[in-house]
Design a binder for this molecule. Structure first.
Ligand code: XMP
Length: 319
């Protein structure tokens, strides 16, 4: 893609000019935006960049290993894997309110990020994968709706607090352009086309109080659902798909025995921007096969439902 090739060269020159020989820290989330920003900045300034991946223990099956492996081994980008799952999960013990979950995770995220930034002697610049729509949104929101449905966390406020300047090489791009740039930089297609994943991770897909046991069950069920979607070639038709583990145990029967395990809900939606969404019209065969697989393959779940709520009035996530 010649346009993105030109953009890449320009962006690299701009980053070099802005940063000089100073140090840059980038928070990697595992998402497309921060990943593309990190790879681009690494091309521009090499090991002046250090990435910090805050692992809150709320990622999907094998996700952290994949992200960390890709950046360290494929791209040789200096990377701190801050495995702080115990810190986050202990802090979430007894917390069932969705907004308190988000705030707890957001607060700890900043604390951990700051700690690791200090451990490498700090930096003059903080890199972020801010996109053009984020820039617009933060402007129009100031006069926009005053009701917050869900408070999304990011590292907002952190750069000022730590006395850092921002590097935002994607500020002029839309999402599809970021994907094109990511391809240009050699990020694998499977990574570039991934569904969005919320910052608070699986914590908001376990309505009510989370436990390590519930997270483990949810991870396995989610992996089966996504595997089914990929096998049936539906992944790219869907905006987001995931399992929510319901905080309720139900009675079932397996072989000669009675079971008393968790129920789960499958969620899959189509959407253009996440602001409105429709449930995905899976075939009954697909749903039946998926339910059977989850119940057979995931100990701890004995009932599976499909969420057919649109947004509005529902939201995409359950919390
Ligand atoms: P809802 O559930 O509000 O989700 O319909 C719309 C989009 O936002 C994502 N989402 C979040 N992303 N932090 C995030 O980074 C959050 O706290 C959060 N809550 C929801 C959701 O996955 C969907 O893509």
């Amino acid at each position: 893609d010649w346009t993105m090739d030109a953009y890449r060269e320009q962006a690299i020159a701009k980053i070099r000019e802005q940063v000089g020989d100073a140090r840059v820290i980038c928070g990697l989330s595992g998402g497309v935006d921060s990943s593309v920003a990190a790879v681009l900045i690494h091309e521009a300034i090499g090991d002046q960049l250090t990435c910090v991946y805050v692992d809150h223990g709320l990622m999907r099956l094998n996700e952290s290993e994949q992200v960390v492996g890709m950046f360290r081994d494929k791209y040789n980008i200096p990377l701190i894997h801050a495995d702080e799952s115990d810190l986050f999960i202990d802090a979430l013990e007894g917390v069932s309110d969705p907004e308190i979950k988000r705030k707890t995770i957001g607060r700890l995220f900043i604390e951990v990020f700051e700690k690791h930034a200090k451990s490498i002697g700090g930096a003059d610049f903080l890199a972020q994968g801010t996109l053009y729509p984020d820039v617009i949104e933060s402007v129009s929101f100031s006069g926009g709706p005053s009701v917050t449905i869900k408070s999304h966390h990011n590292v907002g406020g952190l750069p000022e607090k730590m006395g850092m300047k921002l590097v935002e090489p994607l500020r002029e791009l839309f999402k599809d352009e970021v994907r094109a740039l990511g391809r240009e930089l050699g990020l694998p297609e499977s990574f570039i086309g991934r569904h969005p994943f919320p910052g608070p991770g699986l914590a908001i897909r376990c309505p009510g109080e989370i436990t390590r046991e519930k997270l483990e069950i949810l991870r396995r069920a989610d992996a089966v659902f996504i595997d089914q979607i990929r096998k049936h070639g539906l992944y790219d038709d869907i905006w987001q798909a995931f399992v929510a583990l319901l905080p309720v145990r139900t009675v079932g029967v397996m072989g000669d025995g009675r079971t008393y395990d968790f129920a789960c809900a499958l969620r899959a939606v189509t959407s253009v921007d996440g602001m409105t969404a429709d449930y995905y019209p899976f075939s009954h065969d697909f749903l039946g096969e998926t339910a059977t697989r989850i119940i057979n393959e995931v100990p701890g779940i004995n009932r599976c439902t499909y969420d057919i709520t649109s947004k509005p009035p529902g939201t995409i996530e359950w919390e």
